[in-house]
Design a protein around this ligand. Structure first.
Ligand code: GRF
Length: 204
C-alpha cells in the first residue's frame, strides 16, 4: 500500500478529509506520518487522536535547508511515497523538492495561476473575480507553480465575505485533494510540459 506523508501547520481539515477518504475505503493508501511545523497546530492534535504517527518538527528560527533536511529524514524513515502539503505554511527549498521529484502535492485555495501566495481568497475577492476555486498541483521550486493535477471552481456571490468564500472553496478542496492523490498514486497520468494528462480509463 502506498504511503503518504502529510505536512501541515494549522487546522488540518484537508488532512482530515484525506484520512476520512482512506477510512471510507475510497482512497487506497496509508498515512505513514503527519508532520507539523508548529507545536500548537490543531491538525497535530487531531492526528494524535486518530492514532496516527504524528511528529512535531518546529521550524521556528531554523534555516530553510537545515529544516528541510530534518523533514526529508523523517519522510524517508517512514518510507513515504507521496508528500502531501495540507496547509503547510513554509516554503520548501529547491534541495527538498529535488529529493522528491514529482512526488509532492500541494493544495491552494485559488484557481492558479491566479492569486498565488498568502490570503488567496482575500486576493480573489479584492480583485472582483466572479469565479474562484482551488487547485491541486505538483510542487516545483517556485511558489504555487507546478503542473496542475485538478482544479474545482465555485461562484463568488455578491454578499461574500472572505469567510463565506473560503468555506465554499474548502468544501471543494476536501473533495479534489483525495481525487488528485488517487490519480497520482495510481500513476494514471503523464506530464507533457506543464500539462498533467490523465489516462483515458481514469473516470472520477
Ligand atoms: C487551505 O485553504 C489550503 O488550500 C491552504 O491552506 C489551508 C489549509 O487548511 N494551502 P486546513 O489546515 O487543511 O484546514
Amino acid at each position: 500500500m502506498k504511503r503518504l506523508g502529510i505536512l501541515l501547520s494549522g487546522r488540518g481539515s484537508n488532512f482530515q478529509a484525506i484520512a476520512d477518504q482512506i477510512g471510507a475505503g475510497a482512497l487506497d493508501a496509508r498515512i505513514a506520518v503527519v508532520i507539523s511545523s508548529r507545536t500548537q497546530a490543531p491538525g497535530l492534535e487531531i492526528a494524535h487522536r486518530r492514532g496516527l504517527n504524528a511528529v512535531c518538527l518546529p521550524s521556528k528560527n531554523l534555516e530553510r535547508e537545515v529544516y528541510d533536511r530534518q523533514l526529508a529524514d523523517v519522510l524517508r524513515d517512514n518510507q513515504v511515497d507521496l508528500v502531501c502539503l495540507a496547509g503547510f505554511m513554509r516554503l520548501l527549498s529547491g534541495w527538498f523538492v529535488r529529493q522528491f521529484p514529482m512526488r509532492i502535492l500541494n493544495i491552494h485555495p485559488s484557481l492558479l495561476p491566479a492569486f498565488p501566495g498568502l490570503d488567496a481568497q482575500h486576493q480573489a475577492l479584492d480583485h472582483g473575480v466572479k469565479i474562484a476555486g482551488c487547485t491541486v498541483h505538483f510542487v516545483d521550486e517556485n511558489l504555487d507553480a507546478g503542473p496542475i493535477v485538478l482544479q474545482a471552481a465555485v461562484p463568488v456571490l455578491d454578499g461574500d465575505t472572505v469567510d463565506s468564500l473560503s468555506a465554499r472553496i474548502l468544501e471543494q478542496e476536501h473533495r479534489i485533494y483525495s481525487q488528485a492523490i488517487r490519480i497520482v498514486l495510481e500513476g494514471k497520468y503523464r506530464v507533457e510540459g506543464r500539462r498533467v494528462v490523465r489516462s483515458p480509463d481514469t473516470a472520477y
